[in-house]
Design a protein. Structure first.
Length: 189
């Protein structure tokens, strides 16, 4: 599966003021650098947790619909969270036409992590091509204040590490950031 961002987030989960206060920086000489670090820390957090922090619309692509045993009910597992809503599920049929599936043909489970789309009548036959199934959905928190504190704190620690150590280091993340982010990781198969 792969994802494509349709509508990116319009804000970051941390403001420049938040970061400068945490770092105890009282000048504006590094504002541009800190802005880049905020974006980098958010992207690192999103990659690590598989969560999208601020409201974003994405499309997720699959080569075929899932075909599991009947007990699993043909479930599409969405790879990013927290999912707010599923906008559409589309597929490329045998003739090569893109078909939008009526929402009455599937149910959504936005509570589970990862969130799921469950067929009510079984999925459809797709053209033998890559990215034949497309799920469009909205993920993320509606405002920076809604982003859980451990995610924001982990980002601050990453930014502090980047700011203080402006060269590459062997470790991937500050250990405290990993501990703060681990409960929010979404695992998909």
């Amino acid at each position: 599966m792969s994802i494509s961002i349709i509508t990116p987030a319009v804000a970051e989960p941390l403001s420049l003021t938040d970061v400068k206060e945490f770092l105890r920086v009282d000048h504006s000489d590094d504002d541009t650098t800190l802005g880049i670090m905020i974006s980098a820390a958010r992207e690192l957090c999103e990659q690590y947790t598989r969560q999208i922090l601020m409201t974003t619309t994405i499309e997720e692509f699959y080569d075929t619909f899932p075909d599991y045993t009947p007990a699993d009910k043909d479930i599409i597992y969405l790879s990013r969270g927290p999912v707010n809503s599923v906008t559409s599920v589309k597929y490329i049929d045998d003739a090569g036409d893109e078909i939008t599936i009526n929402a009455s043909k599937y149910r959504t489970d936005l509570i589970s992590q990862p969130s799921r789309i469950i067929s009510t009548d079984g999925w459809f036959s797709t053209k033998d091509t890559v990215n034949a199934v497309i799920a469009e959905y909205v993920v993320g928190y509606s405002s920076a204040s809604d982003v859980p504190a451990p995610l924001r704190q982990g980002m601050l620690l990453v930014i502090a590490d980047m700011y203080e150590n402006r060269v590459d280091s062997v470790k991937r993340l500050p250990t405290a950031s990993e501990y703060l982010w681990n409960p929010f990781r979404v695992f998909t198969f």
